[in-house]
Design a protein around this ligand. Structure first.
Ligand code: CP
Ligand code: NVA
Length: 306
């Protein structure tokens, strides 16, 4: 069977993604009931290449491998030959000889694609400048756990048309929900990614109008990793796009608020939003562990029927 990679949500079929969300919930419940006794990965190794900072992604992948009976290796360009110019393709071939899967957090999405093309073991995108698909597995899992089937529901993205926004667009396509995107002009997501989603996705400019009646509201930082020098300009350009409790009051009565974190209180969210019961960001963060266990299991072992 050809090696499967997970570089974007489009690498799996809608049916496979729905399976993963269901399986992640089963794995989570099993962990709660029996502790970390399910260990399908004895002697398996995941290489984790981080070219950008991380708290959640590193801890969730490393813990997933440990609880599954395997091992994770943290590799940073600072202390590997990647940082000294060894070609990506050579690194991919070498790691393929030794480890069972590779997880990469990087800048340029095309570098990730080049790595995957040369790798004979599964490659997982742990965030690139263009996408963050692992986060969306946890986000859709959280939404499904709390509100059931997400098909035909409405989510709203407020803020920058960034990597997270692109993955929300792909999630709308794959899981069949509607996505309203509300960005200041000049910060829209990639038009090709929007166009491919057809009428699942719309672009609006007024945050108050965008959230009206919505089932879910989400946002992200205004300046992503690598855009630090644009922080001041972005703070000015995104004025009026802060998500507040009053904004959530305009959405459906049972609206949920998600944020991939880290959050900047007083910028993209009000200082108190994460204390509002509609915000379920700690559950969302915790679900990274369970969703990525389901993903790793699927890529390494195939489908495990519940
Ligand atoms: N949400 C997320 O990916 O967090 P980290 O940057 O801490 O991994
Ligand atoms: N858009 C953010 C997400 C962090 C998890 C970034 O790329 O920095």
């Amino acid at each position: 069977m050809a090696t499967r990679h997970f570089l974007t949500l489009l690498d799996l079929s809608p049916e496979e993604l729905t399976y993963l969300v269901r399986r992640a919930i089963t794995i989570k419940n099993g962990l709660k009931t029996h502790g970390p006794t399910y260990t399908p990965f004895a002697n398996r190794t995941l290489a984790m290449i981080f070219e950008k900072s991380s708290t959640r992604t590193r801890v969730s992948f490393e813990t997933a491998m440990a609880q599954f009976g395997g091992h994770a290796l943290f590799l940073s360009p600072r202390d590997t030959q990647l940082g000294r110019g060894e070609p990506i393709g050579d690194t991919a071939r070498v790691l393929s000889e030794m480890v069972d899967a590779v997880m990469i957090r990087t800048f340029d999405h095309s570098g990730l694609e080049a790595f995957a093309a040369a790798s004979s073991v599964p490659v997982i995108n742990a965030l690139s400048d263009d996408y963050h698909p692992c986060q969306l597995l946890a986000d859709v899992m959280t939404w499904s756990e709390l509100r059931g089937n997400v098909r035909d529901k409405t989510a709203v993205w407020i803020g920058d048309g960034n990597n997270m926004c692109h993955s929300w667009i792909n999630a709308a396509r794959q899981f069949g929900f509607k996505l309203r995107i509300c960005c200041p002009e000049g910060y829209d997501p990639d038009p090709a990614i929007v166009a491919a989603a057809g009428d699942q996705v719309s672009i609006l400019r007024d945050p108050q109008a965008a959230v009206a009646g919505a089932d879910l509201v989400t946002t992200d930082v205004w300046a992503s990793m690598g855009q630090e020098e644009e922080q001041a300009k972005r703070e000015a350009d995104f004025a009026g796009f802060q998500v507040t409790e009053a904004m959530l009051d305009l959405a459906a009565d049972d609206v949920l608020f998600l944020h991939c974190l880290p959050a900047h209180r007083g910028e993209e969210i009000s200082t108190t939003l994460l204390d509002d019961p509609r915000a379920v960001v700690w559950q969302e963060a915790g679900n990274r562990l369970h969703a990525q266990k389901a993903l790793l299991e699927f890529l390494l072992l195939g489908r495990v029927e519940n």
